[in-house]
Design a binder for this molecule. Structure first.
Ligand code: ASP
Ligand code: MG
Length: 404
């Protein structure tokens, strides 16, 4: 059996007309002799609306009931879709997660799929049925409905592809694919034709939210090829695959940027063993995510300066925690909220020397000052002033030939 998994996101099934369009996409694969398994999100806006309703009922809405509530959005979309396919003369029906069942474990609102029972769906596929499976939801060992966290229907689709050993998983969305950089920041952004799982993970953790990060992680672990493309136009999208499948002449695959970072500098910190730990422990205890860190070498062996970045939303809490922290001594705390992190990502940098230099050089040509640097095997990030963000992204996009 040639099995393909098609996942449709909220905007792709956002209106009755969009659902009719999606039904036609599904039948086009049937005509190509695929056995199609569909996974659908809720119609766009529905999940948010349900969350708002729960908040009006109680500011501490029960988590188990919240999952029952939120999972209903997918049920609506799936039955409408199955209804349309039946109208067109196809054999189709909706499958709620508990009917299959899709088994999850872990907390409510952020459960993980641990198993999918294949029997019923397999039989249904063999009888030429088109199963329309609700994304985002599962059932746990207490027979309660669970959900997988926002954007979780991506993960549902990848897991369905895994358990049914699908030849491919296609994620239909409202953008052309994964872009070289955020088109809202830089309008010359181009669609990436093929990207490795690792690069995609870096891109999504750095703010390009095309797919739920954990779904990319699952695809990577299970070596599932994923196509991301638009349901609004019939064009090829982005293939997410293993590095070995990629023949690429580009060193850098994408440039990503953030707008909601803040930089904290502690000047004149008493330099002694364990000092960094005493600064960061209370932050981590309070769920404040520290991203980039630099510590200067102290010139006199007694005092040093320490700079780190956090999300801007955490600035006030961080300020307070540092002031209250009896274990540390420093002279001045400086806070800068007008910073941006710009990163270049690409597996090509592993084997190509001089990438760091080229990045720094092209920023310096534009007179952009670099405040903090951090690197990983396939990523280099710099912190710059927010007012230079667009200029920096444009310069790097050009320097690494992403415009072509
Ligand atoms: N409907 C859910 C959400 O809005 C799941 C999804 O769309 O992937 O988060
Ligand atoms: Mg989504």
């Amino acid at each position: 059996m040639k099995i393909i998994v098609l996942k449709f996101g909220g905007t792709s099934v956002g209106t009755v007309d969009r659902i009719k369009n999606v039904a036609n996409i599904i039948t086009s694969y049937i005509k190509k002799k695929y056995r199609v398994i569909v996974v659908s999100s809720a119609m766009s806006g529905v999940t948010n609306d349900l969350i708002r309703k729960s908040e009006k009922i109680s500011n501490d809405f029960d988590v188990q009931e919240l999952d029952v509530l939120l999972s209903t959005g997918e049920q609506i979309a799936c039955s409408l879709l199955a209804g349309r396919l039946r109208h067109l003369g196809y054999n189709s029906r909706s499958w709620l997660a508990w009917q299959i069942p899709i088994i999850t474990s872990g907390d409510y609102n952020s459960s993980r799929i641990i198993n999918i029972n294949k029997n019923k769906i397999h039989k249904y596929l063999k009888s030429n049925g088109i199963p329309i499976i609700t994304g985002f939801q599962g059932i746990n060992n207490k027979s309660r409905v669970t959900t997988l966290g926002r954007g979780g229907s991506d993960t549902s689709a990848i897991m369905v592809a895994k358990f049914f050993k699908a030849n491919k998983c296609i994620i239909y969305t409202d953008v052309a694919g994964v872009m070289t950089t955020d088109p809202r920041v830089f309008n010359k952004a181009k669609k990436i034709k093929v990207i490795s799982y690792e690069e995609m993970l870096e891109m999504s953790s750095l703010g390009s939210k095309v797919m739920q990060s954990s779904s990319v992680q699952e695809a990577r672990l299970n070596r599932i090829d994923v196509d991301v493309k638009s349901s609004f136009q019939n064009k090829s999208g982005t293939l997410i695959t293993k590095r070995r499948n990629i023949i690429n002449n580009k060193i850098i695959t994408g440039v990503s940027s953030t707008k909601n970072d803040a930089k904290i500098t502690l000047i004149g910190v008493k330099d002694k063993p364990g000092i960094a730990a005493s600064i960061f422990k209370p932050l981590s205890d309070n769920n404040i995510n520290v991203d980039m860190v630099v510590q200067n070498i102290s010139s006199n062996g007694k005092e040093t300066d320490l700079t780190f970045t956090i999300k801007s939303g955490d600035v006030n809490k961080t300020r307070k925690l540092i002031k209250l922290n009896k274990k540390i001594n420093f002279k001045i705390m400086k806070v800068d909220k007008d910073v941006s992190k710009v990163s270049i990502i690409g597996v090509g940098m592993i084997t190509t020397p001089g990438v760091t230099y080229r990045m720094f050089q092209s920023l310096s040509e534009k007179k952009i000052n670099i405040m903090v640097i951090s690197t990983s095997e396939i990523k280099i990030s710099v912190l710059i002033s927010k007012k230079h963000l667009v200029k920096a992204v444009a310069a790097l996009h050009k320097e690494f030939s992403l415009n072509k």
